[in-house]
Design a protein. Structure first.
Lengths: 337, 337, 337, 337
């Protein structure tokens, strides 16, 4: 860490901060600049003391040098982690494709979709049984009945099941049916839930919260990794900005940045990231071009009557076209899909 | 709702959407404009069909007329709700002041703070026992031991206790000790938790998530209200924007907007809203001028050694000055503190 | 427009607003809903009266139905405009590529870059002679001497010249040398400048301001179009959000949205849109996948000594690789580059 | 500056960067940490070489220690600048109040407003003659005729005139009539215009752009100061965020931050900062509580028929009430109005 003192800080304040740095077990290195003095604190631990030093007298700011996460860091592990869960593999040369309805609504709806996405090349089936909904008056999901239908779909199609878990107390139930536990954007910082999935042997798809920084996302992953579960996929699904013509803003440079900082594979969600069906095919292709290791896409046999997210769901036919487009772009990037 | 058709929508599409509106139990009213046709859907329910109509053919957009929340709405209840919990009252002419450390760290730290804030006029004591922390390596709170210390502090000072609950399974434990259950910003859309506090008889302080819209905040409150608990205070604590000189951006116009839309009282948190001790006194005063019904402020006897949030905590002396400032501004606004 | 009255609006207020709508030359259509009354104003002109109606008594909000821009709208002109300026063509099947240094620094620097980007397939040369710089202490550009060097580069390479103009009084000077007048992000709403370039016969590259909505961007284009100049290219170069690991956030869904709303061609700037050289190749490829009609890229023979923007400039070798990548992705999208 | 090297940077890269730092005339101080090496560059000039160093091999990031602005900095000048222009004084204990219509529309409209705001205690009159409008189809202002009416209003009421100038070529014309030249938010980075007003002897009111950082705002001020004009007031008028219930988000902590960084006085604009008349009185009071040195408020005798900004204009009666409220809050803050 670099402790930057205010201009005109007294020698007493500089001495005080030097002592504080040493109390924290770090080596202090005082550099007297032409206008300001800075104290380099060497031996920085990631469980940083940044906050504590910031309260010191005449401190202008504290600049950390190390990232706050550890197990997730590519500095610790050079090669990209390949997460495998049944038919789904994410992190290798082949791009994983998770497709299916926002919510499980009925056996017919789910099976129709599962067959269609399987035929078009999806490698996993998504479907929500526990639905966190903004309004208490919206459809809240089929719960365990939905999970059973998902297991049926896996039995028939062989597709791995990706489904959301919304509370620590549901983890063992959902893990009985699912191959991948999805942590939704609203729960990215539900640490009790992160700890609970960290103790399972199921792969985890961790979605970025719409106002989370990437350090916060990586620290959320760190909770899971620190619990002993190494199979974490990160998912970019859009951030909240002033743009109103899309539901969220999908910042694809995130994929490139994260690939530099972490060995965890990166999935992109162009359905939530745009909120409009007509934007999904090209944004899926753009995600592949940006280097995504996986895609997660909403598909519904009849979007107009979907109980949730119809406005951003592809029909099975549109999904076929999207896959073709992504396959060509993946080829251009020397990857497969 | 107003269904806006695309320019050049065919009569078939218009007829289709008219039929869809009527299928949903609404009365369709077709208005042929000079350039576009719009369909007014009369009898709109709040459990809106907006999503479903948006997927229709040739629909450009669907504009809702009614707010999506109901019980929280001032259209339903004209007078402001006064939430009373022990010594704390929020929503009346007197402004409630909740003060105390970010985390409960020790008996001495807590009792020193409790006595100081009581003496300076605070009407409730805050202190975290269960701490949701961005990093798994940060101090995670004293848990039930912290709750016990809070109860001791109430016993001595008479101050109502405000403390955070982070998971549904902890609600009954925390409710045994606390007067007010705080839902933190990270958990604003943890619906399982909202439902759990909705079933208690404890008042709830619901903090806005840093990227939540005000409709989302009011719908989160609706989960609690719908569970049967009418004692909800909303808390503005800052949103995430491109500004980097403050930890969050504190948008005080929110207080005025919410007072127009809901009967629930509004608390402001200038400590998290700025992230810098030196900004807190004036932003607390500004919050009062904007019409806040309550303030929540971090106070620590020795911010430099605090285990969390020292950089935004007031010392007891600074709290005394802040209270004096706020008292004068409250007087200017014809309120008391 | 739809004028939404507040709940409980009096008949007098409804009558007043009905009269106001008719005073504005529109036909008022009153719809009494179950909870609220709305007034549809038919015959809406784009020079909308929205603002004026919003001040009316008991008006909750005014929802416009028509977009505020006209000449730029795809409703007016179905086929995409192809802007041609010398060797550059943007809007057709072939993607235009504008490449070159941020600033013109010397003859050697410019000629080296011009030859390199030409050889790699660029169809126009960029280079700033008038540089709007955040700090008055930064290099401000070579001015007319820079323009002369650009003209020399065109003479040798045949590449069309794209260069920024920062003030109305410079338009005729810059137009003497340039094929395309670039309006920078900071000047997107410099209306005097927009009017001035609207009166020239030079093509215009209009960059989006970092907090401009797309309606504001299209209205800025409308100033140019309304002045009589139909050759406008829009450029997405990133918006300001809370993300700090990129200089700006590049929202590629913008390309898809704009293609739906306007016939003007869309260029993407992944150099400014990311602010990091290492992100540029993949984000350029992603831009092509999202449907961009053109790319603008910063290239410098020796980024480390560049007088501006070195940290986001490609070397000539990196530009060659970026072009190869984009060419393959363009092929996947059935386009050429 | 602190140059942070990537983990695993080679000794050759470290030596290269050390040499680069010394080439730039700075003293390099290499600190070998446990995980990374950093190079402190001592003697940093504000015309920073940050950009250039960022392009070096194995450089992770470059952290500046000094602010990029100089003349605007409070480190250079301790006492707050008091800007005086005719009847207006901003920066002293008494808060300056600039009030009047968005646009000058007619003699009657202007004189009615001028008399009313003077009677209520305003110390300057605002009114736009050159109007930068988002749409080319909106009212563009009365131009010089408007300036003449403003001069007439000054003659009768004695109020100093604050009016916008939108282009460098208009500066001498506008300066003939105005006491204060306003640079609008859209022109905050119109450097040609900043240079032009920097050469006049008129005071300048510089509005923050809606996505400008505070460093960018201070650097814009630096252009004016560097031109020789010391009479600059900064104006916070709201930033663009995801909030949609206000036109902009008014971040009042800005006032406190700027008071720490610069000696220039700070004005707040609650009219643009909220975009809703009903929010203006309380946000004006909150601005005073946050420490604003001045307020700028839109007032119109008949907002419903205003040619611009009616929805955020106060009537004269509302202005009287706002002034009373602000006067009481100013008293609470030990200031006058």
């Amino acid at each position: 860490m670099i402790v930057v003192m205010k201009q005109g800080a007294s020698q007493a304040d500089i001495d005080h901060m030097t002592a504080r740095v040493e109390e924290l077990g770090l080596k202090a290195h005082v550099i007297v600049g032409t206008e300001r003095t800075v104290i380099a604190a060497i031996g920085e631990k990631r469980e940083a003391h940044k906050e504590s030093l910031e309260s010191g007298p005449s401190v202008a700011e504290v600049l950390p040098i190390l990232a706050p996460y550890k197990i997730a860091s590519r500095e610790i592990k050079q090669e990209t982690t390949v997460v495998v869960a049944g038919s789904l593999s994410v992190g290798g040369n082949r791009i994983g494709v998770i497709a299916g309805p926002c919510s499980v609504e009925s056996e017919e709806q789910l099976m129709t979709t599962a067959r269609a996405v399987k035929a078009a090349g999806a490698t996993a089936l998504r479907g929500g049984a526990f639905k966190p909904r903004t309004s208490p008056y919206s459809f809240q999901g089929m719960k365990e009945d939905g999970l059973k239908l998902l297991a049926t779909a896996r039995e028939e199609t062989g597709l791995a099941i990706v489904t959301e878990v919304v509370a620590a107390e549901d983890v063992s139930l959902v893990a009985r049916y699912a191959d991948v536990l999805q942590i939704g954007a609203r729960n990215m910082q539900n640490y009790r839930l992160l700890e609970a999935v960290g103790k399972t042997d199921r792969a985890v798809l961790l979605k970025r919260g719409p106002s989370a920084t990437l350090d916060e996302l990586l620290l959320a992953a760190e909770y899971i990794l620190d619990g002993g579960n190494p199979n974490v996929m990160l998912c970019e699904r859009g951030i909240r900005t002033f743009e109103s013509h899309t539901r969220f803003t999908l910042p694809l440079a995130t994929v490139i940045y994260l690939h530099g900082k972490t060995h965890l594979p990166i999935v992109v969600d162009p359905s939530h990231g745009t909120g409009h069906t007509y934007m999904v095919p090209q944004m899926a292709a753009a995600s592949v071009a940006a280097g995504a290791d996986g895609l997660i896409l909403e598909v519904h046999p009849e979007p107009e009557t979907a109980l949730s997210d119809g406005y951003q769901s592809l029909t099975p036919d549109q999904f076929v076209e999207t896959m073709e487009l992504c396959r060509r772009v993946a080829g251009a990037m020397n990857r497969e899909i």
